[in-house]
Design a protein around this ligand. Sequence first.
Ligand SMILES: Cc1cc2nc3c(=O)[nH]c(=O)nc-3n(C[C@H](O)[C@H](O)[C@H](O)COP(=O)(O)OP(=O)(O)OC[C@H]3O[C@@H](n4cnc5c(N)ncnc54)[C@H](O)[C@@H]3O)c2cc1C
Ligand SMILES: Cc1cc2nc3c(=O)[nH]c(=O)nc-3n(C[C@H](O)[C@H](O)[C@H](O)COP(=O)(O)O)c2cc1C
Length: 713
Amino acid sequence: MLAFMLFTASVGLLVLLIIRRFFPSSSSSSSSLSNSLAPAPAPAGNNRSALAARSGSGLEPDARPIQRLLILYGTQTGTAERFARELDDIVRKKFATSPMKLDVETVDMEQYESRAKAGELANEPFVVVACATYGDGDPTDTAMGTHNYLVKDLPDSLESGHEHEALKGVTFAVFGLGNTQYEHFNAAAKALDKGLDALGAKRLCGMGLGDDDNDIEEDFRKWHESTLMPALVDAGFAGGVDQSKPSSEAAEATLAVPRSLDIAKEDKEANLSTIVASAASFYGTASHRVDATKVVARRELYTYGAGDANARSCVHVELDASALSTANSGSSTPLYETGDHVGVFAVNDDKVVNAYLKRFQLSANSVVRLLRPADAPNALEGPHCTAPVTIQTYLSRFCDLLSFPKKGVLMTLAACCKVDAERVMLLRLSSPEGKGDYKAEIVNKQRSLLQVVTELAPSANVSPGVLLGMLPKLQPRFYSISSASSRHPKHVHITCAVVSHDTPGGRWHDGVASTFLANVNVGDRVLAFIRTSTFRLPSSAATPLLCVGPGTGVAPFRAFVQARVDADERKREELDSPRAASGAAKSMAKMSLYFGCRRLSAEHMYEGELRDAAAGGILRLEVVSSRDGATAPHRYVQDLLARPEDAAAARKALLKDGGHLYVCGDAKHMAADVHRTLVGVLSSGDDGLRDAAEAETWLASASKSGRYQRDVW
Ligand SMILES: Cc1cc2nc3c(=O)[nH]c(=O)nc-3n(C[C@H](O)[C@H](O)[C@H](O)COP(=O)(O)OP(=O)(O)OC[C@H]3O[C@@H](n4cnc5c(N)ncnc54)[C@H](O)[C@@H]3O)c2cc1C
Ligand SMILES: Cc1cc2nc3c(=O)[nH]c(=O)nc-3n(C[C@H](O)[C@H](O)[C@H](O)COP(=O)(O)O)c2cc1C
């Protein structure tokens, strides 16, 4: 009872704090388009404005010594950026009364790359990095340049014995954003932490490892409250409150971010290219050319009969991407290379968009321009598109409508609730104490924002500005291009498994991009870009290939097969004689492909062309299905690889003949299972390596040299 009373009292305090934060001076409600929840005041000056105040304003210069902190972030979907900006805000508030002048700067690692390369980092006294891990334990695309420079290029460029001096005046802390479901949990952050240490920088405190499979916001809150802040205080940052007692105000500062956008009415919607241009920079695609491609083919790859209860769908889509290459022209650079990815900007399903329009009483055809609030220019997230668009377009193209809301969004919703019980419930879900409930009710049930409002907060009166400010941006989805650039220089092929399932929260979930691709028609326009990958064929066709690609993991291997068939044909043409032709065929090493699916009768995609390549001597195709027999044990690609004959062939190809090893597809289970099997395969037999440890070392070294490559997601 006492605990409940204490909880209720603390929630009451939190409610007051939130109301104070969102309605600082009056209690005016916010039903008009442009007057939504009042935004929080702008952070107390950023680096640039502080400098300006010192230099040209005529004010007395601030003579206090400067306490500088650089915060870097590497993000793909925005969480690391949000954490970095929250940290910026917290540090400014916590040390606001410092006798030193605070100079906090928060920068995207992509933007920092040239400064890092110019040697600026060495002059930074304190650096905090928040960086996410993607791919096969890699940094995000945007962080890659700075990350590689610090972890590899800079140490490589230094004279031996002097590596430890490069950053010796720097004190740093790293917070990693990852997910324990992946084999290389937080690998990018760990590599950066190690790399900075190796360059002589001093650790301010232990690294934080956020787990997005659980409660990453809570991981971050705990880390900065109980590890980072005390370390900053110990290091000389002064003027803060006692960190040993984290206050609910500190928690509130972390979670409740201003999320209201200003909305200006416009007459006419911008054309698509203006919309794309205005939006592209918000997707971290600055280095990619985003443009409209044209659908030239779409077909279903699975052959389930109508009414089959097990039926699933996987589509093959061909995009004429000439627009991307024309835009890139001026040089003879090919549009893409075999093994690259294509990024697709999907459009939300109309049913979902209409449900949002209805619940939040939005007028679909109103043309609006969304703006950061004038009095909060540094507000956390700006609009995802600044061109004039209809509300329908904004919701359809730019907003992630189906992912579950983060805790900050629940805090904002709480402030919109008219019914106390709903507000209390949302506040509990977003509080550190409610961590378990948040996981059970929001994460595990995969409740969308609409579901949360409908099921948990029907009284919430959410204005358009708040709604549009709360919705995260819709991320582009990547697909491993399943065509070879030699055969289809202007077209990219996509092999996409359609995501469609019931969620534990009782919602039928159709994956945004896969559903979009499943429904495109020939002639439709799809916004896309090419993303360069490192998944590459060896330069010599005489190198044997061992490829493992179950499900849609077969995509890049279909492209590899096309490339090898084309290379073989080119060679035959060059030699132009039957005898020489057979010699050419001999010099082409075999490609072994392990493909797996649930039911071979329905899911053996691209069977015809793969069998043709096998008949032509280019390919050895091994297939397995996991659910064909009603009672048979499930069998997977790794079971094929472990068969004695296959294991012996793999050892010969890899250990004796200098072959390359490729794995593509599911990162969470398959890639790790295949890796384990390979360790066993390579360390068995008379011709194998001594033991598992030696096999692991061999694979690590093959991975470094590019002989073992994984394209996993
Ligand atoms: C490098 C790479 C290559 C891929 N190749 C293929 C392929 O060849 N064939 C195939 O079928 N699938 C591929 N995928 C998976 C594909 O990108 C989509 O995740 C899949 O189609 C489901 O998307 P959806 O929108 O339909 O599902 P949804 O359920 O709407 O989205 C899936 C979830 O993943 C998140 N998500 C998806 N993509 C990203 C991203 N890039 N960054 C951050 N979060 C993301 C979404 O936010 C959402 O939570 C690949 C993924 C990657 C990263
Ligand atoms: C396609 C994909 C690949 C990922 N790969 C990894 C990984 O290899 N290791 C890891 O720890 N986390 C991985 N993650 C989890 C992200 O790092 C995590 O969700 C993080 O919070 C994202 O941060 P961001 O929003 O700043 O991009 C992956 C997530 C996705 C969607």
